[in-house]
Ligand binder design. Structure first.
Ligand code: ZN
Ligand code: ZN
Length: 315
């Protein structure tokens, strides 16, 4: 149990209280609506994941991708229950959309999606988080936004569209070929719209974003201590440099909110990655599900870190 005592020593004597954040902006590329007061912690933490549009090329891949994210969030926020709501077609949200004049891809109005999520948030949920593979914009004059959150309301909407390795390339498949004028009520343009391949890098970036943003909803600030998933970032390259997991200080803060056993948490995180490796080795491709195996190659470095931590804890 050596690491535990090290962790305790690393925690500043007067850590910032969870839930005291009051920021109008955020360096992680998000619009954050400021919060005031603190959220009373309860043992019934529940996160609800809601999906707009689809992931991959079918309903099956959407469901599986959401399940990977749900399981990851439950391991990361160990002790927390995550529930997935049924995927919502963009047309059901009634939100505005446009084609970006520079990148020529479809974008949805983030604020309208937040309004939609607000109506969908169950009363017993700590937060509701919407995710989409379609790019977002916060207002007409803005080029794009990775996501938008309301900490006071406990909700956020995040897009993984720009995590596609091809997004900034000339042959990005999400560019609309036609320049026809879009009608505000005609959502048929979203039918069969391009969604990126469910790659390991996309999954890694999705996991990092979700846990970072839910961390903000928990009241965790940007970490200035060590290498940490809660570090702020100004662009994708910087976000990629962040590790997948929390530094000991932020981990201790989260532990004080959720009360988990640190070793158990590492074990479930380890298992989440191992399940992906095992699926690949078991050759599930035999029944044609090759594309649906959890791609975890990009998690190698994170896996090694978990193994190291467990090694210290088990001494
Ligand atoms: Zn952030
Ligand atoms: Zn940290």
């Amino acid at each position: 149990m050596q690491l535990l005592s090290v962790l305790n020593q690393l925690v500043p004597k007067s850590p910032e209280p969870i839930g005291s954040e009051k920021s109008a902006g955020d360096l992680c590329g998000l619009s954050i609506i400021s919060r005031s007061g603190s959220r009373a912690p309860s043992w019934e933490y529940r996160v609800v994941l809601c999906m707009q549009g689809s992931f991959g090329d079918s309903r099956v891949s959407t469901d599986i991708y959401m399940k990977w994210l749900k399981d990851y969030c439950e391991a990361f926020y160990y002790g927390l229950t995550v529930r997935i709501l049924s995927p919502v077609p963009v047309s059901h949200t009634g939100c505005a959309f446009r084609v970006n004049e520079y990148t020529h891809n479809l974008q949805i109005h983030a604020g309208h999606l937040l309004n939609y999520l607000k109506k969908k948030k169950p009363k017993d949920a700590f937060c509701i988080v919407g995710v989409t593979m379609i790019d977002l914009y916060p207002r007409d004059s803005w080029n794009f936004v990775f996501g938008q959150a309301s900490l006071t309301e406990g909700m956020g909407i995040f897009s993984f569209a720009r995590y596609d390795s091809d997004f900034y390339s000339a042959n990005y498949k999400g560019k609309l070929k036609t320049t026809k004028k879009l009608s505000p009520a005609d959502y048929s343009v979203f039918d069969g719209y391009y969604t990126p391949e469910l790659s390991s890098k996309l999954l890694l970036r999705s996991c990092k974003t979700l846990t970072h943003e839910i961390g903000h909803i928990f009241g965790l600030h940007h970490c200035q201590w060590l290498q940490c998933v809660m570090q702020g970032s100004n662009h994708l390259e910087e976000a990629d440099r962040r590790p997948l997991d929390l530094c000991p200080i932020c981990l201790r803060k989260l532990q004080s909110a959720l009360g988990f056993n640190i070793m158990e948490r590492y074990q479930v995180l380890q298992k989440w990655i191992e399940d992906g490796v095992n699926e690949t080795e078991a050759g599930l491709s035999n029944d044609g599900r090759a594309a649906l195996q959890k791609p975890v190659e990009a998690f190698k470095e994170s896996y090694d870190w978990i193994v190291k931590c467990l090694h210290v804890l088990q001494k």
